[in-house]
Design a protein around this ligand. Structure first.
Ligand SMILES: [Zn+2]
Length: 478
């Protein structure tokens, strides 16, 4: 293959005079090329003409093509230490200047966007989408929650040393390769062979528009779905955490659903992007029966992992109320969920020590529950943990009946997100008779600021990952 073959190939791909091309390349991919690296650059420039521009990235591991472009006399280099580009040709300066003023390395105001706005192309010469930096521009434009920041001390264009930070900076692994077929099918990319190299020519503006559309639909569009990829698991967790942060409620998970051992629970909760846990069972043992030291260790382990205990749930009324209160205080637990029975008058003992008690309905109808609550809860805090599962077992439609008992919705502090059928079978969310969807929807309408606890008070037929998927689907379909 000679220089003239390369010129012919580039023209056939669709490149023409005055075009701007951002090239990512592997010189070696051309195979048996009868010419120098400079011949490749000259081939491009003879197609683009003196008024076009050939731009190359000058970050990461530089290929020899990049090195040669950088060495050209008329080269213009964008003046930032991150996402730096170099270019030759008449239009290079236009698109490369002002990179320092841009607030992000790849987003708004950066050359990557200017190239797109100017109708430019991205050329992948013997490399794949993994090298397509402009895809980071789409991520930055979407302000995806998993993006980080990059801080560097560097020389500003005026020569002064400054420390500055670029936001919406890309992190580790991406599945950019998985976006290749989408570009191919949408017709914004031409693929052909020049020499031994597979060459892709992509319309930059159309690509950005398509990617932003995909990202609006699914913020995880650029991530891989390999469950063993710790990078993408973490980035998906950031997306979920951001989504929950935009809800009015706080999301917790029962420890039984999170796992068996505390380290396992921490790992699972972090992988899911959930920051609260409700203690019911740990290692198969009811937390309410553990001693203060054991509980404190559990609370501290979670705290160290930046996970907060939202409550401890007891399935029985404590026999020794003062002892129980002392234990909670020692363990650093400030909220307790107790079953609602009209004979338990210990709530004030908790309140005295600054511990909140919320009562969960079990074996009662909604109207019985309200009567019992008025009897046993201190005036200062009359709060229900609403268990749809509990009402189903009591033979009542949770939403329909509870909504009629006005007091109930006024005093709700938590919704146990767990479902079951009339015959007691546990089900995934909104697949039983718990009217979970109706309850979540109405709480959202009221900008409910209390707790939603996945698997609260009732088992879930699956692991945490499945429950989060299930809950996400529920939110998506409301
Ligand atoms: Zn990945």
């Amino acid at each position: 293959m000679k220089k003239s073959d390369l010129v012919k190939g580039l023209k056939e791909l669709g490149l023409k005079k005055n075009d701007i091309v951002l090239m990512h390349s592997s010189f070696r991919s051309l195979g048996d090329f009868k010419g120098s690296v400079d011949d490749v650059i000259d081939a491009f420039m003879s197609v683009l003409g003196p008024k076009g521009a050939l731009i190359v990235p000058v970050f990461g591991s530089l290929g020899i093509l990049t090195e040669r472009v950088k060495a050209r006399k008329d080269v213009f280099v964008s003046e930032v230490p991150v996402g730096t580009l170099a270019g030759i040709g008449g239009r290079a300066k236009d698109v490369l200047s002002g990179h320092w003023e841009a607030e992000t390395a790849h987003g708004e105001g950066s050359p990557f966007l200017k190239i797109a706005e100017a109708g430019g192309y991205i050329c992948l010469l013997g490399v794949d989408q993994d090298r397509n930096t402009t895809l980071h521009s789409a991520e930055a434009l979407l302000k995806l929650p998993y993006l980080g920041s990059c801080t560097r001390t560097c020389k500003a264009p005026d020569g002064k040393e400054v420390t500055r930070t670029w936001h919406y900076y890309p992190g580790p692994h991406r599945d950019f390769i998985g976006l290749d077929h989408i570009m191919r099918e949408s017709g914004i990319m031409e693929v052909s062979r020049i020499g031994d190299a597979q060459v892709r020519l992509i319309k930059a503006k159309e690509m950005l528009e398509l990617m932003v559309e995909l990202g609006d639909e699914d913020p995880a569009f650029a991530l891989c779905d390999n469950p063993a990829c710790a990078d993408c698991v973490r980035q998906r967790a950031a997306i979920f955490a951001d989504r929950i942060a935009n809800e009015s409620f706080k999301l917790s998970v029962s420890s039984r659903l999170a796992g068996h051992y505390v380290p396992e629970m921490i790992e699972k909760l972090q992988a899911a992007g959930i920051k609260y846990v409700e203690l019911d069972y740990v290692q198969g043992k009811a937390c309410a029966f553990m001693d203060a030291q054991q509980l404190k260790r559990i609370v501290d382990d979670f705290k160290e992992a930046k996970i907060t205990v939202s409550a401890l749930r007891s399935y029985v009324v404590p026999e020794d109320t003062n002892g129980f209160v002392g234990k909670m205080k020692e363990a650093g637990i400030d909220r307790v969920i107790l079953p609602l029975f009209d004979f338990f008058y210990g709530a004030s003992a908790f309140a005295k020590e600054g511990i909140v008690v919320d009562f969960v309905n079990t074996h009662v109808t909604p109207s019985q529950a309200v009567q019992a609550l008025l009897k046993v809860a201190p005036l200062k805090r009359r709060a229900f943990v609403f268990s749809p599962s509990g009402f189903v077992l009591a033979g009542r439609n949770p939403f329909l009946n509870a909504w009629r008992v006005g007091q109930f919705m006024k005093t709700i502090a938590q919704l146990d997100v767990a479902d079951r059928t009339w015959d007691g079978e546990i089900r995934s969310f909104a697949k039983g008779n718990g009217e979970i969807k109706e309850l979540v929807s109405i709480l959202r309408c009221h900008n409910f600021s209390g707790w939603l606890t996945l698997g609260g008070g009732s088992p879930y037929p699956g692991n945490l990952e499945a429950a989060v998927k299930d809950f996400t689907h529920l939110l998506d379909t409301i």
